[in-house]
Design a protein around this ligand. Structure first.
Ligand code: ADP
Ligand code: 5GP
Length: 197
């Protein structure tokens, strides 16, 4: 049944969906409204640091060699190559946090999310965030202003593939109007937190 495979006191909310769909907007909004309730587990990545991002807060920024060394040492509970960069969730920190009873929330790419869910089972809940349409997503990525044209085209191509896989996830939210999407987001999380108690 629902909670058969629960092993930890805590819970991991895995937020999935194409780049630019609004995953971090929803995560940040929830964290701001619920200070001290949720932990954002810091992942490792080989991608270049963007302006304003802080080592150890947004990511641990590693070289490819450092990242591969950690793969060899089995330090990641999941890792994936996303847009030519490596990303990984650090196993030791996550499991210690879950043992303590922390609630974790992190955006993770689709493959990593499925791997993490298969390991954490009922200790994790996946929420897939979908755009209303690809056109809508394109506008959001362009307005965000972080990507060059070829990166935008690649993100849109990947997004189409990801949307085809959205049915693999237990919860799907369409992020059209932010307020409405956020209400649904909050409901799924709060219901799950109540079940945990
Ligand atoms: P992700 O984390 O999925 O890559 P972001 O949270 O960074 O996406 O959001 C991408 C952009 O879309 C940001 O500029 C954000 O302000 C905007 N955005 C998020 N949700 C909405 C929404 N419902 N309507 C319009 N813009 C949105
Ligand atoms: P960004 O570089 O824009 O922060 O993230 C790019 C992509 O990598 C997003 O889809 C994000 O969800 C994913 N990502 C971030 N951290 C991790 C992680 O630890 N593991 C995996 N598999 N993907 C991640």
């Amino acid at each position: 049944m629902y909670m058969d495979n629960k092993k930890y006191l805590g819970h991991f909310f895995i937020i999935v969906g194409p780049s630019g769909v609004g995953k971090n907007t929803l995560i940040q909004k929830y964290m701001k409204e619920n200070p001290n309730k949720i932990i954002f587990p810091v992942s490792a990545t080989t991608r270049k640091k963007r302006e304003g991002k802080i080592e150890g807060i947004n990511y641990y920024f590693l070289s490819i060699e450092e990242f591969k060394e950690k793969i060899k040492k089995n330090e990641f509970i999941e890792w994936a190559l996303v847009f030519d960069n490596y990303y990984g969730t650090i196993e030791k920190k996550v499991l210690l946090s879950l043992e303590k009873g922390d609630l974790l929330m992190k955006d993770i790419d689709i493959q990593g999310a499925l791997n993490l869910k298969s390991k954490l089972k009922d200790d994790a809940t996946c929420i897939f965030i979908s755009p209303k349409s690809i056109k809508d997503l394109e506008k959001r990525i362009r307005d965000r202003g972080l990507d060059e044209e070829n990166a935008i085209q690649k993100r849109l191509k990947d997004a189409k593939k990801e949307l085809e896989n959205s049915n693999k996830f237990e919860n799907i939210i369409i992020n059209d109007t932010l307020d409405k999407a956020y209400e649904e987001f909050k409901k799924i999380i709060n219901e799950r937190i109540c079940l945990e108690k």
